[in-house]
Design a binder for this molecule. Structure first.
Ligand SMILES: [Cu+2]
Length: 136
């Protein structure tokens, strides 16, 4: 009898763990970062790109462009929470709370990650993709 109860308890704990996994942690890996993915957008040829910042993701998450393409990200943020946009290799480290405009440059090849330094571990990141695959 006790054994049966223990088994049921274990099943319930297992279900709870699955439910948490479904709504919780970031699932997708882009450019070595675990992120909450909200899609990929081809922005080749564009100079201004609308981007949404939310808790905790960027949408679209992966921007696909051409080598060296310079773009202005018009980030829309109505979360009321302090966020940040960082690309280490371009010395970009910009805090924002509300809409913000940030100039970025696509890499010559491969993929380059960006992230919010405050919510990196919650999956708030993305990538600038030029060639290859964003995942991994
Ligand atoms: Cu953030």
């Amino acid at each position: 009898m006790l054994r049966g109860r223990t088994l049921i308890l274990m099943v319930l704990i297992g279900l709870a763990a699955v439910a948490c996994g479904g709504s919780g942690g970031p699932k997708t890996t882009v450019a070595g970062l675990k992120v909450n993915s909200h899609g990929t957008k081809d922005v080749s040829g564009a100079s201004t790109i609308p981007l949404e910042a939310d808790s905790y993701y960027f949408s679209p998450t992966v921007l696909k462009g051409t080598p060296g393409q310079q773009v202005t990200l018009n980030i829309k943020d109505d979360t009321g929470v302090q966020h940040n946009f960082t690309i280490e290799s371009q010395q970009i480290n910009k805090d924002f709370s509300g809409d913000v405009t940030i100039n970025v440059t696509f890499p010559q090849s491969g993929v380059l990650s960006f992230y919010c330094k405050y919510h990196k571990t919650k999956g708030m990141g993305g990538a600038l993709l030029v060639s290859g695959n964003a995942s991994g």
